[in-house]
Design a protein around this ligand. Structure first.
Ligand code: BV8
Length: 276
């Protein structure tokens, strides 16, 4: 591969598995205990926004407990040292690629740490819970509530007026789903692509696939489209194609080369070969 070749890398939940983030196709087919259609569709959000917020608030909070692994770090090294064109397209909504240092990166399914206001259309960085009913511990200044349980007991206290006026002014719960741009309340949704919604940056992704010399797919089951179709586009454009995964994906027959193993071992090995 000429050192100036164009590389497109697609990553999925498998690359973050060894960091402690659950993949999608858990044994019970549930997604962290939820049916996909109950938490990752616009219909689900219209039906039960509280459940959807709870699902994404939990995943956003989890990011604070995990770190990028050797596979994320190896791709960040490749990104820094590869002099040809390179684009990392991730299906993941976690922030582990950018925390590992990757720059030439696109989140085609959105990001847990971003919000989208349905009132004014603005999109913005978001920290903490998005659920309108969530008590944001960091907002309860002067009153150290560390765990969710304490927050709930605090919340119960507040609702049944057990706090008298102590903490009322300190305890600002409303506004944890307030749009930072138009101040609309309760109109902010996760800036994430749900099933039936158009993925982000499809033009940039297709342009990169059209000029790719090498397409590499890492830690993805190839179950969700349009991402699962990228290998065929790359093949059609004459690119060499490589799959790195724990097991054969649903699209493994479409790849020229396949390497099976854990991403934290296989990806650093492949990057070292490429960078020589
Ligand atoms: C759309 C954000 C219109 C949410 C996600 C064609 C045919 C059939 C169906 C469709 C079709 N076209 C569209 C559809 C419908 C649908 C779809 O594909 N449904 C599937 C279920 C059949 N697609 C859509 O709705 C998409 N939108 O099509 O809009 C359109 C049409 C044309 C062109 C443009 C637009 C939108 C889909 C996006 C939905 N949002 N995520 C959130 O995260 O909360 S998808 C979500 O699921 C992930 O982002 C990811 O994309 C997918 C999960 O897949 P993986 O990441 O691969 O994870 P998985 O657990 O499945 O596999 C992990 C793999 O890692 C395994 O293989 C495992 O072996 C491996 N592994 C595990 N540990 C390790 C490892 N590998 C290495 N090392 C390890 N340690």
């Amino acid at each position: 591969m000429s050192p100036l070749g164009n590389i497109v890398i697609l990553t999925g939940a498998g690359i973050s598995a060894e960091s402690g983030l659950q993949t999608f196709r858990a044994a019970d087919g549930l997604w962290e205990g939820h049916r996909v259609e109950d938490v990752a569709t616009p219909e689900a959000f219209a039906r039960d926004a509280a459940l959807v917020h709870q699902f994404y608030d939990a995943r956003r909070a989890r990011l604070g407990e995990v770190e990028p692994n050797a596979a994320h770090l190896a791709l960040a090294r490749l990104d820094a040292e590869w002099r040809g064109k390179l684009l990392i397209v991730t299906q993941n909504v976690d922030d582990l690629h950018e925390r590992a240092g990757a720059k030439r990166l696109l989140h085609m399914h959105g990001e847990l740490k971003r919000g989208w206001c349905l009132a004014c259309g603005e999109r913005f960085a978001w920290k903490g819970p998005m659920s309108p009913h969530a008590v944001r511990p960091e907002l309860v200044d002067g009153l150290s509530v560390s765990s969710q349980e304490e927050v709930q007991s605090f919340d119960k206290l507040r609702t049944n007026g057990g706090l008298g006026d102590l903490g009322r002014s300190e305890l600002r719960t409303n506004g944890s789903n307030q749009c930072p741009s138009c101040q609309a309340e309760g109109q902010v949704r996760p800036d994430i692509v749900w099933f039936g919604e158009m993925p982000y940056e499809m033009e940039a992704i297709e342009a990169a696939l059209f000029h790719a010399d090498l397409f590499v797919s890492i830690g993805t089951s190839g179950a969700v489209y349009p991402a699962a179709g990228f290998v065929q586009t790359a093949n059609y454009r004459g690119a060499r194609t490589l799959e790195i995964n724990l097991e054969p994906s649903q699209g493994s027959i479409f790849f020229d080369e396949r390497r099976y193993g854990r991403a934290s071992e296989e990806v650093p090995k492949w990057v070292a070969e490429l960078l020589g």
